[in-house]
Design a protein around this ligand. Structure first.
Ligand code: ADP
Ligand code: ASP
Ligand code: MG
Length: 412
């Protein structure tokens, strides 16, 4: 007997018919004698609709009320899943975030999990192996007692945190692909499914744009040592494939230099032209951005054509682009730049692999390959196990495919 958390994402519960199919996976695990907690997302498209309603109601909506609205999507699915399981003759009940309770910080809209109290769910396991069907994405703040949500894609994080809280043997993330691929299989048909991927690489891939898992879910899986699989809800429930295991680097025998390519369109570029080249300028630009909670990612500084001033280019999340622009325009006199230019039609392409620690020249090969395709690089960043380039969005697919082939990742 094992204790499992099974998470089903939006497409896997998009209709009552799909919920019934997901329930057959749950029944398989229950019939095998396991204790099962299920975590569900909202039906696909539902959260987007709820977010749009908040925006329609007010352009400056209260974040706590936003959470109240968007958390409702998961409440519907958890109730429906419990009904379907009961209909199949299984003991099941739904649990909302506040009922579990799953505690979250007061950062409404992107709360961090502070703890999970699994006592109620465990009592149900002991009583009659009751299946706990939990609403993902939502929790409650222990001080304000208000509903909080965990950021888009947050049901993954609910599932892994619940698995840690319940001391589960495994967390299975069921989705619409049968595992983690070397890159998004929707963009590169030749992408390959991996049997295993290391925590570190998955963390980088997720934070650099592979939204198959929410970044925080990978952080928790890594820190709390939760064996986590990504697998398909569309497999035959009687005969499923194991999917991809996220595990320690040491458990992977055949290590590639580059294991994956990620891309993110959530990036915008800002360039300040002809900024005075003197001490304190970088602080004058990036200090206020940091104070406004705007994350700056790539930064490059080059001497301007006049040799006396400097051009500074950096990227911010697309969602913060307008705010960053306004903030810098308001400080035009302090920073003393000649012009501010911005671009949102850019994409960040990244290559990830723990093998980069021990191999030189990995990024240089990419620069050459992209140049040969006529793709101009606007900015570059590198770190121990990844490098990223910022390019025109129009070249996204070409660039991803080029790097995917370059590092030998294409399926035969
Ligand atoms: P869910 O609704 O189940 O949470 P998501 O849409 O959040 O599903 O995540 C699954 C999607 O992630 C896939 O359909 C795929 O297009 C995308 N994806 C991006 N990068 C990868 C990757 N490297 N491997 C697998 N899927 C990926
Ligand atoms: N329903 C939420 C979203 O669409 C959470 C999730 O699906 O993980 O972002
Ligand atoms: Mg998701």
């Amino acid at each position: 007997m094992a204790r499992l958390v099974m998470k089903f994402g939006g497409t896997s519960v998009a209709t009552v018919e799909r919920i019934k199919n997901a329930a057959r996976h749950v029944k398989r695990e229950f019939d095998a004698g396991n204790q099962v907690a299920v975590v569900v997302s909202a039906m696909s498209g539902k959260t987007n609709e709820l977010v749009a309603w908040c925006k329609e109601a007010s352009s400056v909506y209260d974040q706590a009320e936003y959470d109240t609205v968007v958390a409702s999507g998961e409440q519907v699915t958890s109730g429906l899943m419990a009904i379907v399981l009961q209909e199949m003759g299984l003991p099941a009940r739904s649990w909302q975030g506040w009922q579990i309770p799953l505690y979250g910080s007061d950062a409404h809209g992107s709360a961090r999990i502070e703890g999970v109290d699994g006592a109620g769910i465990l009592a149900g396991f002991d009583r009659n192996r009751e299946i706990a069907v939990c609403s993902g994405f939502q929790g409650v703040n222990p001080r304000s007692h208000r509903i909080v949500t965990l950021g888009r894609g947050g049901s993954d994080t609910s599932a892994v945190a619940l698995a840690a809280g319940l001391k589960a043997d495994r967390c299975d993330i069921y989705t619409d692909v049968d595992g983690v691929y070397t890159t998004d299989p929707r963009i590169v048909p030749k992408a390959r499914r991996m049997d295993k991927v290391s925590f570190e690489e998955m963390l980088e891939m997720a934070s650099l744009g592979s939204k198959v898992l929410q970044v925080r879910s990978v952080e928790i899986a890594m820190v709390q040592r939760v064996p986590t699989y990504v697998r398909s809800s569309f497999d035959d429930p009687e005969n499923p494939n194991p999917g991809t295991l996220i595990c320690d680097e040491d458990d992977i025998v055949e290590q590639q230099i580059v294991t994956g390519i990620a891309f993110s369109r959530d990036e915008a570029q800002i360039t300040l032209r002809r900024v005075a080249d003197k001490p304190g300028v970088a602080a004058a630009i990036f200090g206020p951005l940091a104070d406004a909670n705007i994350n700056v990612d790539m930064i490059i500084q080059v001497v301007s054509d006049d040799q006396a001033t400097t051009d500074i280019t950096f990227t911010v999340p697309t969602a913060d682009y307008e705010r960053a622009r306004k903030l810098l325009e308001d400080r035009h006199n302090d920073i003393a730049y000649q012009a501010l230019q911005g671009a949102t039609d850019v994409v960040k392409i990244s290559a990830i692999g723990v093998g980069m620690r021990s191999h030189a020249g990995v990024a240089a090969r990419a620069f050459r390959a992209l140049a040969e395709k006529g793709i101009n690089i606007r900015a570059i960043t590198t770190s121990e196990i990844k490098f990223s380039v910022l390019i025109d969005a129009a070249y996204t697919e070409l660039a991803v495919r080029t790097l995917h082939s370059l590092y030998g990742l294409d399926a035969a």
